[in-house]
Design a protein around this ligand. Structure first.
Ligand SMILES: Cc1ncc(COP(=O)(O)O)c(C=O)c1O
Length: 395
């Protein structure tokens, strides 16, 4: 697969466009969960205005009263063109896709297609906490295959988990987070090829959550799971939601490989009733016309990663931070600060800064926090200042 370098554009950095006062007018969960003296850098929402093409598509629809039910395959076509241009992957076939209400509900439906009640679903903690909640809610057993100390897949641990998952002859799925939230690891083609071989050897079906795929840093290649040798019977769920901040305009796309098309075809028709027409319009516009905006965002995130690394080195030098290869989330190892298993609680109480506690991310999460970098450099600076003040370090 050839990798096409991201374009540079004249777009302004979207992370610098909104003031804290404007952001505090928002009514979404990031801004309404804590009182106004708390600086929120937790849930995966971004402090950006909508990309111009998305805003225009949605406002045009509103002006027209185009608020009925979704129709057609424009979302899938836009994603297929984006995947081809961005990742050099021409294998996304529109006829092997299906719209789903959002990524997590898509994941649930995909897991239902390939497993039954009581079967196992393998996950890689530390990982996006709803993986545990949704898998539990659908009566499947979570089998843990923790990441290695480098925050990447440990293939030996994964194989052992696959063995346990299928023991007794049960069916099993592997819910792969690609790229990984919270460590920001981008799985390589070699790793994913090995995953596919292990899954095949043990009869485990792979469901890849690829929601963060557009958010890889410039010189790293995102590899779609369905594109690797052996990935043909995988299932993937993709969305423009994270990269263009569209969680409030829900829509996702389930994608099957050539050997899993029959599975996807069994997905109940009513699942496609979930996504909203406005969501589909927004996601389609983002993928089709929003790449210049995305590139400006990625440049801003690159600067914020560097800024965070500098600030931590200066104010909280014992905090471990390995800038991720993707996502806008920073996974911080705070164990050396001596704040116990839940440093986020201390940062909130003493520093009035809201970060995600590492604990719900599962094994490997104790003593860690997740910080959301999709904000202005000023807010990143203020957050680190508050964190340092909370632990009595230099402010
Ligand atoms: C890995 C991962 N999957 C899914 C989601 C949620 O996506 P959706 O709102 O489309 O269900 C998130 C949100 O942060 C995420 O990080």
């Amino acid at each position: 697969m050839t990798r096409i370098p991201h374009e540079t554009s004249g777009e302004p950095n979207p992370l610098r466009e909104l003031t804290l006062d404007r952001l505090r007018c928002r009514t979404s969960t990031k801004w309404r969960t804590y009182p106004d003296d708390v600086l929120p850098l937790w849930v995966a929402e971004m402090d950006v205005p909508l990309a111009g093409p998305v805003r225009r598509a949605v406002t045009d629809a509103l002006e027209l009263g185009d608020t009925g039910y979704p129709a057609g395959t424009a979302y899938a076509e836009a994603l297929a063109a984006f995947a081809d241009k961005r990742w050099g992957w021409s294998g996304l076939a529109v006829e092997r896709t299906s719209i789903v209400p959002d990524v997590m509900l898509g994941v649930v439906e995909m897991i239902r297609l390939v497993t039954g009640a009581g079967d196992a679903v393998v996950v890689n903690p530390p990982v996006y906490p709803p993986f545990f909640q949704f898998v539990g809610h659908m009566d499947r057993q979570v089998v843990r295959a923790p990441l290695g100390p480098d925050g990447r897949l440990d293939l030996g641990v994964l194989e052992d988990a696959f063995r346990r998952a299928v023991s007794g002859g049960r069916r099993a799925a592997y819910l792969l987070c690609s790229p990984q939230n919270p460590t920001g690891a981008v799985h390589t083609a070699d790793e994913l090829t090995e995953v596919a071989a292990l899954a095949d050897r043990h009869g485990v079906r792979v469901v890849a959550d690829e929601i963060h795929a557009p958010l890889v840093v410039g010189d790293v290649a995102f590899v779609p799971y369905l594109s690797v040798p052996g990935g043909e019977n995988g299932l993937s769920v993709m969305s423009a939601s994270k990269a263009w901040n569209l969680a409030g305009l829900k829509a996702g796309l389930a994608v099957a490989g050539p050997a899993s098309a029959a599975d996807l075809a069994r997905m109940p028709e009513e699942v496609g009733h979930g996504p909203s027409h406005l969501g589909v319009i927004a996601h389609t516009a983002a993928l089709r016309d929003g790449t210049a905006w995305l590139d400006a965002l990625l440049a801003g995130l690159r600067d914020n990663r560097r800024l965070l690394a500098d600030l931590l080195a200066r104010h909280l030098p014992t905090v471990g931070y390995r800038p991720g290869q993707a996502t806008y989330l920073a996974w911080l190892d705070c164990r050396a600060l001596g704040l116990g298993d839940d440093p986020a609680e201390v940062f909130l109480r003493r520093g009035r800064v809201a970060l995600n506690s590492g604990l719900p991310f599962g094994t490997g999460g104790a003593g860690h926090v997740r910080l959301n970098l999709a904000t202005s450099p000023e807010i990143v600076e203020e957050a680190v200042r508050r964190m340092a003040a909370a632990v009595g370090g230099p402010a």
